[in-house]
Design a protein around this ligand. Structure first.
Ligand SMILES: Cc1cc2nc3c(=O)[nH]c(=O)nc-3n(C[C@H](O)[C@H](O)[C@H](O)COP(=O)(O)O)c2cc1C
Length: 213
């Protein structure tokens, strides 16, 4: 069992964060969860989770959101809880995962500007040379966004855009989301059953010869 810090920020794609938390707990891990101030607006908008203006109701609404079995393995922290374990290099947190990651948080992490717990946790991961995974979501990307990603990549950060593949022929939004979440889990070495593992294309058979071009 390891403990992971999941930071959710104000980018679209809050469902990526939710499914990542569920997958980490399903894999037998513990999660420390914090939201950025903007996530406190985007999370209610996209998933209907009422966390309060500053996330003050996050702890209270967690079981209603994730179910009590998952919630039992998640510790929640306020956006400005810079006294939280993740703020210190001594916390024993295995990796910091920011999912989804806004361009604002990306920029502040690049600059080492720790204005809230999510950014501070990322700052600590960088200084301690621990795994930091960012799941950015924005389109199109500006030169500033791309330069920030390149700088962080050069510092060892995993830049894993919320960019699902379609080659596994997903049948639902959940399957699309899980394609990205599975890649996040792969990047931190967590064994999982999330998302399809590509087995190659089916070979044409005599009954189904495939497309004739
Ligand atoms: C509904 C909604 C969707 C948003 N989607 C994105 C997005 O996909 N990517 C992004 O970088 N910012 C997005 N934003 C803007 C960020 O929330 C905004 O820049 C915010 O200041 C980021 O703050 P944070 O980095 O502290 O979360 C969105 C805002 C709203 C209200």
């Amino acid at each position: 069992m390891s403990r992971y810090f999941v930071g959710m920020t104000g980018a679209s794609g809050q469902i990526y964060g939710e499914r990542l938390i569920r997958a980490l707990v399903a894999a037998g891990h513990e999660v420390d969860l914090a939201l950025s101030p903007a996530a406190c607006k985007v999370l209610p908008h996209e998933l209907g989770v009422q966390v309060g203006k500053d996330g003050s109701k996050l702890g209270a609404c967690l079981a209603g959101w994730l179910g009590s079995e998952v919630a039992a393995h998640v510790r929640t922290f306020g956006t400005d809880a810079i006294e939280a374990p993740a703020s210190s290099g001594t916390s024993g947190i295995k990796a910091v995962l920011i999912c989804p990651c806004s361009m604002g948080t990306l920029a502040r992490v690049t600059a080492g500007y720790s204005s809230n717990l999510v950014e501070r946790a990322a700052d600590v991961a960088l200084k301690e040379r621990r795994t930091l995974v960012l799941v950015p979501r924005e389109t199109p990307l500006s030169e500033i966004h791309l330069e920030n990603m390149l700088k962080l990549r050069r510092m060892g950060t995993v830049i894993l855009p919320a960019m699902p593949g379609f080659y596994a022929l997903p049948q639902s939004i959940e399957e699309l989301v899980d394609h990205v979440v599975g890649k996040v889990l792969d990047s931190i070495g967590v064994e999982h059953e999330v998302g399809a593992h590509w087995q190659g294309m089916p070979q044409p058979s005599a009954e189904d010869p495939g497309l004739e071009l």
